[in-house]
Ligand binder design. Structure first.
Ligand code: NAD
Length: 496
């Protein structure tokens, strides 16, 4: 019998009102069922939002350092349960243990960071233009926040939203991705154990179309924070626009690594392999374009293909495996479709390009590391997010051309350049159109205490992580205290 998991609403574990469930299966072995999860609908979302609304008046008055202390405890429990959760995550999401441990670690870092921020959460004091008047700005919570997350970072991304939201005094409802609901259950077990009061953080499982859309549209949700595809982000933004809700969006990427002729090629090779094939290419910051200076192109391509062919594919819970499966059948079909498209567009397939189903791997969604050469910047495989282990090589003649190619997509999340020329490195920092630029590092590797997000269609101007995430989850309030004992009029009394 499969284990049955529940939603977490108002401090209690509850079924979906409809009683319906959906399955969660291991992408490395479709016969491995992790459990059944509530297939929630608008009525379940309504209960969760109601609980969050009810909990808000008390939670917002808990001093921020105290809220931070609870989050510190959350970090401690996460640390204690790191290995157990990493193993669950590998089983439900597929990425290798080294990476799922990193994913949990990101949650731990975010908890400690939020805990520290509870003793800061700074506003400003500003001199008034009038005598005997004091002016300052303070942060206030926004209200009930709806959080919607994808499956590729099942712990890190929910914590990136949830911890800062709670620290700022908001209450939340999380709708995690339907492919990774169990990691979210683990997170909520921890919130409960750490002493987050009932109603402050609620968990509603279900599909995006039903549970997600109901959360976005709910009139008592003041803020929606979404990470996922640009297509869904666009719909959510339109809905929030109509309702005048605050909305922060973290979306896709078409990230490029540039390798110049003066680069340390061995270093650049390690970066390209990790950037393109880590998490089976399913990171928003994954390297999907490799922009190579023509002087090193052939050498570097040969090095890359030789290594890509040696990557050990398999179940991520085996410590010797280097690349796990794709998340599900639809994702593999999408990736394979793009590979066919690349061939039709005239790119040359150097390695991979096929489903990997040797031996027992026939039951998982595995795909070979794939490298295309002779890709032109305008091909669809060089423009659209594939979200799989597919890397497109584009040759350039100069740094200027590399910048033009790198910037020539509608996305702008992460970027990277390998060069020993400090002037070029600084030009890249200035001219790459991306929210993140790495010098002599791959396109992946963001840290919890720096702003994270992208330009163009990768985001909508907000930044998660860093101190900037606290601007998403708080309202600024300006406060004036007039102790002059008379009516003073700004601008009008302030004559020369
Ligand atoms: P997705 O957009 O399909 O789903 C993301 C979440 O939105 C899921 O929880 C889903 O159930 C929900 N959802 C779907 N339709 C909805 C709707 N109509 N209303 C409300 N919610 C809805 O994305 P995915 O396949 O889970 O994740 C992959 C995508 O996420 C990629 O495009 C990737 O680049 C992006 N991503 C971005 C970042 C970032 O920080 N920029 C990080 C990780 C992933």
């Amino acid at each position: 019998m499969a284990e049955i998991y529940k939603n977490y609403v108002d401090g209690k574990w509850v079924e979906a009102k409809s009683g319906g469930t959906f399955e969660n299966r291991n992408p490395a072995d479709r016969h491995d069922l992790l459990g059944l999860f509530p297939d929630s609908g608008p009525e379940d979302v309504d209960l969760a939002v109601g609980a969050a609304k009810k909990a808000l008046p008390r939670w917002r008055l808990v001093p921020a350092p105290k809220r931070g202390e609870i989050l510190f405890r959350v970090g401690e429990i996460l640390r204690r349960r790191k290995e157990e959760i990493a193993r669950v995550m590998t089983r439900e999401m597929g990425k290798i243990l080294k990476e799922t441990r990193g994913d949990v670690q990101e949650g731990i870092d975010t908890a400690y960071y939020a805990a520290g921020e509870g003793r800061r959460l700074f506003g400003e004091t500003i001199p008034s233009e009038l005598p005997d008047k004091f002016a300052m700005s303070v942060r206030a919570p926004v209200g009930v926040c709806g959080l919607i997350t994808p499956w590729n970072f099942p712990m890190a991304i929910p914590t990136w939203k949830l911890f800062p939201a709670l620290l700022c005094g908001n209450t939340v409802v999380l709708k995690p991705a339907e492919d990774t609901p169990l990691t979210a259950v683990k997170l909520f077990e921890i919130l409960e154990e750490a002493g987050v009061p009932p109603g402050v953080a609620n968990l509603v499982h279900g599909t995006g179309e039903k549970a997600g859309a109901a959360l976005v549209r709910h009139p008592d949700v003041q803020l929606v924070s979404f990470t996922g595809s640009a297509a869904v982000g666009r719909e959510i933004a339109a809905s929030c626009g109509r309702d005048l809700k605050r909305v922060s969006l973290e979306m896709g990427g078409k990230n490029a690594q540039v390798v110049m002729e003066d680069a340390d090629l061995n270093l650049a090779l390690e970066g390209a392999l990790w950037g393109a094939f880590g998490t089976t290419g399913q990171r928003c910051t994954a390297t999907s374009r490799l922009i190579l200076h023509r002087d090193v192109k052939q050498t570097f391509t040969d090095m890359l293909v030789a290594r890509a062919e040696k990557i050990k594919i398999g179940d991520g819970s085996d410590e010797s495996v280097e690349m796990g499966p794709l998340i599900n059948d639809a994702a593999r079909q999408k990736v394979h479709g793009y590979v066919q498209l690349g061939k039709e567009e005239g790119a040359r397939l150097l390695t991979g390009g096929t489903i990997y189903e040797e031996g027992k791997w026939i039951d998982g969604w595995f795909y070979r590391p794939t490298v295309f050469d002779r890709v032109s910047p305008s091909m669809r495989i060089a423009q659209e997010e594939i979200f799989g282990p597919v890397l497109s090589i584009i040759e350039v003649k100069s740094f200027e051309e590399a910048v033009e190619v790198l910037n020539g997509t509608r996305y702008g999340l992460s970027s990277s350049i390998y060069t020993r020329d400090v002037a070029r490195a600084f030009r890249a920092m200035r001219d790459f159109e991306a929210g993140i630029t790495y010098i002599n590092g791959p396109t992946i590797g963001a840290e919890a205490h720096l702003p994270f997000g992208g330009v163009k269609e990768s985001g909508n101007g907000h930044r998660e992580a860093g101190t900037t995430v606290y601007d998403i989850f708080s309202e600024w309030k300006s406060v004036y205290v007039d102790y002059s004992g008379k009516l003073q009029k700004a601008q009008i009394d302030n004559v020369e």
